[in-house]
Structures are given as structure tokens and as C-alpha cells.
Design a protein around this ligand. Structure first.
Ligand SMILES: Cc1cc2nc3c(=O)[nH]c(=O)nc-3n(C[C@H](O)[C@H](O)[C@H](O)COP(=O)(O)OP(=O)(O)OC[C@H]3O[C@@H](n4cnc5c(N)ncnc54)[C@H](O)[C@@H]3O)c2cc1C
Ligand code: FES
Length: 302
């Protein structure tokens, strides 16, 4: 009796197969793309503007904030990178990349005009429309601002759909701050921007400490009903989102209204190579975006 297959099971299975076919077609298709600009952000991070060359493909390329692409450098290798630009720009992508290993070291030697391959988009995105009409906390630690920049762009472009908007961003020191040239623009869109570093330097005039310190300060000035109408997107190292989400939960923001981006070492991006598992979950297919309730129920996720 326990093994009886219901109509719902069959339909769910079909939906999974359809999704899988869609994922596979994204996997098999490599778009020819061109690096159209490179901006130095810090000593180890660059912003690469990468445009799908064919105008029709470029326009048809759609994604959700939070999804990622696989960047191919022919003869060198490939790696996943979060899309760091607005979804409204379609296949005119920006990737914020840290130089860490063989592929990224090679990439940092390339200039505009170089051709590369792009596959995707892959994975799950942040459910931005579900958050309409509510307050939103956009929280990033370190390189976590790379995946957060796409939801930030969404909020900017749809500012009237959200109530209070706070961006909270922390790094180890001021030299690691990303996208400093955008801060004034974000503030101009009626966004509360809070920046904190763990260790200041002579030029630093802002607060020093952890992201949780900023949250404590903000929450001290918010009414109780603020928390009942708030979503949070948290991107950064697991140790950071563990403390941040715990704090949000203590303020009665439900775990289902907190979304995190869980990045694991990936290779195939399609549930085949078993590089990205957390327990039995393939984070490349089921993630990288999860609600915190799911993360808490995933063994070894944090
Ligand atoms: C969904 C997703 C989104 C991502 N988004 C971004 C992004 O927006 N920006 C960004 O900069 N990065 C991002 N990354 C990380 C990026 O894909 C990796 O850093 C990638 O491996 C870089 O390739 P590489 O060849 O330069 O480095 P690699 O040579 O693969 O080395 C990467 C790092 O892993 C270590 N490493 C290498 N091999 C091993 C191993 N066998 N065991 C343990 N450690 C090892 C290296 O020491 C180095 O620190 C993302 C990853 C995922 C999964
Ligand atoms: S990256 Fe290969 S299974 Fe997820």
C-alpha cells in the first residue's frame, strides 16, 4: 500500500522531467559571448561585463536574480558564477569574480574583445515577486554582494513594490568593499545603506564590527509589526548567515521568509557529478537559493 503511485506522484514526476529537460537544454547550449568591459573592484575582484554575441539569443536570455551561469574558457576550463547584473539586461551580463585559482587567474589576464562561452542560467532564484508589498532586508558579507547585486537591481527597478528597504553589507576591512561607486546611487533610491567593516583603517569613518551589530542597531528603532512584514535575502559565508538568520528568527521573522544562497564546489551544474551535494541534495539543481527553513532541515548545510 505504502508504495502505491498516485496521480499526483505521476504529475510531479512529469514536472520534474520537464524541468530536467529544460535544465539539460540549458546545459547543452553554449552561447558565444564577448567580454565587453573589465572593471577592477579590489585587488582580487573584477567586474566582467560579458555580452552574448547573437542579438536574438541575448534578448531571449532570461534569468531570475540569484541564478548562476557557467563560464567556459576554451582550452582552460569552466566554473559557475552568480549573475551580478539586473535581470532586465537579459544576456548583457555582469559577473563579479574573485581571482582564486587556475581559471580565474587566466580570466584576469584577458581583455575586452575576448570571446568566451556562457551556459545557463542554472539553479533557483530569489522569489522577488512574493516579497512585493513587504519590507526587505538585503544582507551580504564579503563576496556575497556579487549574488545580492541582482536582487538589489530588481528592488531599485521596482522600488514602489517594497516598503522599507535596507542593504546591510560587511567586509573584513575597507579595502575589500565591492561596488563602492554604487553606494550613493542606492541611497538615492530611498534605500537605507549600512556598511560595516571588521577592522577599520585610518581613512575609515564608518562603524566597525560584525553585520549582526548593524542589525541590532536597526532593530532597536523598528516597531514590532515591522518584523511581521519583512523578508530577508542573505548572501555570504555560511558562518555569517547562520548568525544573521538566528538573529532574524529571534525577531520573529519566519525562516520561510529568509532566503540564502548556498554555494558549494560545483562542476557539471546539472545534478550529475555529485560535487555539490549537501547530504542527498544537489545544490546546483535544487539551489543555490534556499529558504532558511530548508537549509535548517538539510544535514551538513551549515
Ligand atoms: C553557484 C555558484 C556561484 C558562484 N558565484 C561566484 C561569483 O559570483 N564570483 C566568484 O568569484 N566566485 C563564485 N563562485 C565560486 C567559483 O565558481 C569558484 O571560485 C571557482 O572554482 C573558481 O575557479 P578557479 O579555477 O579559478 O579556481 P579553482 O582552481 O577551482 O580553485 C578555487 C578555490 O578552491 C580551492 N580548491 C581548488 N580545488 C580544490 C579541491 N580539490 N578541494 C578543496 N579546495 C579546492 C582553491 O584553493 C581555491 O581557493 C560560485 C560558485 C558557485 C557554486
Ligand atoms: S555540480 Fe555536478 S551535481 Fe551539482
Amino acid at each position: 500500500m505504502g508504495n502505491k503511485i498516485t496521480f499526483t506522484d505521476v504529475m510531479a514526476d512529469q514536472k520534474l522531467h520537464q524541468q530536467r529537460r529544460h535544465d539539460l537544454s540549458a546545459f547543452e547550449r553554449t552561447f558565444k559571448a564577448e567580454i565587453t568591459a573589465v572593471h577592477k573592484l579590489t585587488e582580487v575582484e573584477n567586474l566582467f561585463r560579458i555580452q552574448i554575441i547573437d542579438p536574438e539569443d541575448r534578448n531571449n536570455f532570461t534569468f531570475q536574480p540569484g541564478q548562476f551561469v557557467i563560464l567556459e574558457l576554451p582550452g582552460i576550463g569552466e566554473a559557475p558564477f552568480s549573475i551580478s547584473s539586473s535581470a532586465s539586461r537579459h544576456g548583457d551580463l555582469e559577473l563579479c569574480i574573485r581571482r582564486v585559482g587556475s581559471l580565474t587567474n587566466f580570466l584576469f589576464r584577458l581583455d575586452r574583445g575576448t570571446h568566451v562561452g556562457i551556459r545557463g542560467p542554472f539553479g533557483t532564484g530569489f522569489p522577488m515577486e512574493q516579497m512585493h508589498g513587504e519590507n526587505i532586508l538585503l544582507i551580504a558579507g564579503g563576496l556575497g554582494l556579487a549574488p545580492l547585486r541582482s536582487p538589489i537591481a530588481y528592488v531599485q527597478e521596482n522600488r514602489n513594490q517594497f516598503n522599507n528597504v535596507d542593504i546591510i553589507y560587511g567586509t573584513k576591512d575597507p579595502s575589500q568593499l565591492l561596488f563602492t561607486y554604487q553606494y550613493d546611487m542606492w541611497r538615492a533610491d530611498d534605500v537605507n545603506l549600512h556598511i560595516i567593516v571588521e577592522k577599520g583603517d585610518l581613512s575609515w569613518k564608518g562603524p566597525v564590527g560584525m553585520i549582526t551589530k548593524v542589525l541590532q542597531d536597526i532593530f532597536g528603532h523598528r516597531e514590532t509589526d515591522y518584523f511581521q512584514k519583512t523578508y530577508a535575502i542573505v548572501c555570504g559565508p555560511p558562518v555569517m548567515f547562520k548568525f544573521v538568520c538566528k538573529m532574524l528568527n529571534e525577531r520573529d521573522i519566519p525562516m520561510e521568509k529568509m532566503f540564502v544562497s548556498l554555494e558549494r564546489k560545483m562542476q557539471c551544474g546539472m545534478g550529475k557529478c555529485c560535487r555539490c551535494n549537501v547530504g542527498s541534495t544537489y545544490t546546483c539543481v535544487k539551489g543555490p537559493v534556499f529558504d532558511y527553513w530548508s537549509v535548517m532541515n538539510m544535514k551538513e548545510a551549515i
